[in-house]
Design a protein around this ligand. Sequence first.
Ligand SMILES: *Cc1c(COP(=O)(O)O)cnc(C)c1O
Length: 480
Amino acid sequence: MELLFERSRSGRSLINIPAAAVGDYQLPEQFARRSPLDLPAVAEVDISRHYTELSHHVHGVNCGFYPLGSCTMKYNPKLSEEVAVLPEFTQIHPLQPAHTVKGCLEVLGLAQQYLCEITGMDAMSFQPAAGAHGEFTGLLLIKAYHHSRGEGAQRTKVIVPDSAHGTNPASATMNGYTTVNVPSNADGGVDLDALRAAVGPDTAALMLTNPNTLGIFDKNILEITKIVHQAGGLVYYDGANLNAVMGMVRPGDMGFDVVHLNIHKTFGTPHGGGGPGSGPCGCKAFLAPFLPKDQIQRTADGYCLSQPGQSVGRVRSYYGNFLVVVKALTYLLLLGADGIREAAQGSVLNANYMKTRLADVYQAPYPGFCMHEFVLSLEQLHHDTGVSALDVAKALMDNGIHPPTMYFPQIVHEALMIEPTETESKETLDRAIQVFLDIYHTAVTDAESLHQAPLHTTVRRLDETRAARNPILVYAPKKD
Ligand SMILES: *Cc1c(COP(=O)(O)O)cnc(C)c1O
């Protein structure tokens, strides 16, 4: 499709405003631009059609099923959006005196209280803007803690299971730690013997996602956190999969010391497209003195800002993405304690329904019950027919379904990682299951046609190598 710049015709404009009754104001020479401003000249109707057409070229939760594993792409109530645009929340400035924004402080205070209750933590910072940022902040706390005990120089290693999300080792490296990988056992959990062999006086922390990216809840979790604590290390909870367990079990009770949450996955904020997120970092009381500056504290007459004594400093400006926290609090109040628990149960039920129906045909490398997501391996299908996980993903797009997460976790070959979420109806799941089964049938009978998919999308197969090596990130106007 044409870009706005290409649609531009000189002289066209958005709206015809009557000529001003006052004369033009001339900017002082030093502020005036040297060359004309190169903006597209487009009529309002054309600009409206342009953006509407663009919106038809993407797939979002509002278009159809979006089972992107590990991302919790669920439908989020529109009410949260309405609350977040109330002028009382948008028409404020972060430098306003605290006593003029008491309601906003209460939002942060209440969200902190509820999310601490759900996670079993004692304090929380809303500064981190995303999950990875929360991981980085959590490891800063852990580092500050070890330093405060004189063990900072000695504890240089962070242990990460081989099923971990890539941000875990990245956050550890960003904090100057060396990562140590521990393998998974046959059940998809942490191999306890390998963990015992890996921990020692150089262990700073273990980072763990539970349920993990295979959709498996590690039944040995109490033993795992004990092994790390006995070695003097701390245990970090990657909360990206909290959707499966919120209101059921709490990371704090599993023995975790620090958590991050992905509000944009679990608590009512749409994500994808790089929109604002929030990755609050929560911790047990003994780590609270190290939290980023500007904590929200409850007082006799409301909430105030406080500065933790041994703070690691700021990790972002002001209070993080405040309006995302407004949406999270709306979601929490809307669902209540029962609703939060039911959402978790629904996500597990939906995943098991799909897994059970698909595992008869596709192969599930970890059989049995799963939590909120499950992984299929198309290794055998690929071997027998030449149809890969990528081919199946492309064929799903032709059927109005966003592909699942592919080729992750890396311990499963030809992986498709499916997370239906609790917000999908049985009819939607049944339709998606039928599409998966039909594609399998096509793979066996007409493999070649799947190598051609997708046939009905705006763009077909992209040259991914070229896109990665020679990305075009800036619009270059055509010279005429
Ligand atoms: C999404 C995700 C992250 C990173 O979170 P962002 O908010 O995308 O930075 C970390 N761990 C797991 C398991 C995830 O799914």
